[in-house]
Design a protein around this ligand. Structure first.
Ligand code: F6P
Length: 362
């Protein structure tokens, strides 16, 4: 009798475009590669594993979902102590519950789709004895070991569209616009959308800004007859002065000044310094919404199929990645080891942006 392979699917952390395309690819490819396979979808990310809340996925469940945003399985964020434990609100170790579900379902492997934090927690699960393969998903593109993540390009498309829409109103009113984009502490999304959307200045966490340099950039535009300026500002952007403070101290300082985010603070400071009317636009979770772009559908499908291939070959403990255009397995240990920030000295998109005169506040 042929042995049955049992696979659990988990979508964890913040959602992004392409998750359903990846679920579809893993499911369909597993059925192509293995004569006897059972796939179980965990509800709401790790929550489903912890509470043994899952769905047996029939082949038809993998159809008709490539265009859908979000995740059909649901997701959640889990607290974890880096390098140590996945915990609940009270700090209780949740690994025994997860292990229990894994064993109860007699799983051969879990395919976990997640961002930076999820790679780290998946590594903990691997250390606890579960077979794990991960896929890199996030709009932040900050996962170590892969050139790109699925979700990133779709978010770039949306963020670019936002900046595109700001141009006419900024120009009509001769205003400064600060467009705040997601990405946590990494500037990938802001850099790419800023360049594509024709932003005049781009502020990213990797380049702490000097406020006077931003004003200088805006004034220089005015001198050459351009009456408006658009700044693409990463939510994690920070001034060189504030960089010396802890994250908590920075947040408190911004709040004490009466602003909810760095963009509002920056906008009010710019209006005071330039005398020019300044507005803020925050697309927020719009950036994670909608249908995945064709690029992300292809990317998520390639990642998903590669995961199924690893399962067929019983190769566990890897994150599927893309390097030099080729899909490769990266040891999970390596993928979880650090965050992928923009290298400001070597990044070619950054250099290109500088070469056409976009200012970075440095
Ligand atoms: O990691 C993805 C991301 O969208 C970040 O860019 C952003 O900082 C964060 O998640 C928002 O988290 P939440 O959806 O929990 O508000």
């Amino acid at each position: 009798m042929k042995q049955t392979t049992r696979v659990g699917l988990v979508t964890s952390g913040g959602d992004c475009q392409g998750l359903n395309a990846a679920i579809r690819a893993v499911g369909k490819a597993l059925h192509q590669f293995l004569p006897n396979v059972e796939v179980y979808g965990m509800y709401d990310g790790y929550r489903g594993l912890i509470d043994c809340d899952y769905k047996y996925m029939e082949y038809k469940d993998f159809s008709g979902i490539i265009t859908e945003g979000g995740t059909i399985l649901g997701t959640s964020r889990q607290r974890f102590i880096p390098g140590k434990m996945i915990v609940d609100e009270e700090g209780n170790d949740l690994m025994p519950n997860m292990l229990d579900t894994y064993n109860r379902l007699n799983l051969d492997c879990l395919v976990i789709m997640g961002g930076n934090g999820t790679q780290k927690s998946a590594k903990l699960m691997m250390d606890a004895g579960m077979n794990v393969i991960t896929l890199p998903k996030t709009i932040d593109n900050d996962i170590w070991g892969t050139e790109t993540t699925f979700g990133f390009q779709s978010a770039v498309d949306i963020a670019t569209m936002v900046i595109d829409y700001i141009h006419p109103t900024a120009s009509s009113h001769s205003r400064i616009f600060v467009v705040e984009l997601m990405g946590r502490d990494a500037g990938w999304l802001t850099l790419h959308a800023g360049l594509a959307g024709g932003a005049d200045g781009i502020l990213i966490p990797e380049i702490p800004y000097d406020f006077d340099k931003i004003v200088e950039g805006i004034e220089a535009r005015k001198r050459t007859g351009r009456n408006y300026s658009i700044l693409a500002v990463a939510e994690g952007a920070v001034s060189s002065t504030d960089k010396k403070l802890s994250e908590d101290e920075r947040r408190r300082l911004t709040e004490t000044m009466g602003h909810s985010t760095i963009s509002y603070r920056l906008a009010s400071e710019l209006q005071a310094a330039t005398g020019q009317s300044t507005r803020v636009t925050v697309p927020g979770h719009f950036q994670r919404g909608g249908s995945p772009s064709p690029y992300d559908r292809v990317m998520a499908t390639r990642f998903g199929v590669a995961a199924a291939r690893l399962i067929r070959d019983r190769q566990y403990g890897y994150m599927v990645a893309i390097q030099d255009g080729v899909i490769v397995p990266v040891p999970l240990e390596e993928a979880a080891s650090q965050t992928k920030f923009l290298d400001v000295d070597t990044n070619l998109v950054l250099r290109t942006a500088r070469d056409i005169g976009i200012f970075f506040g440095d």
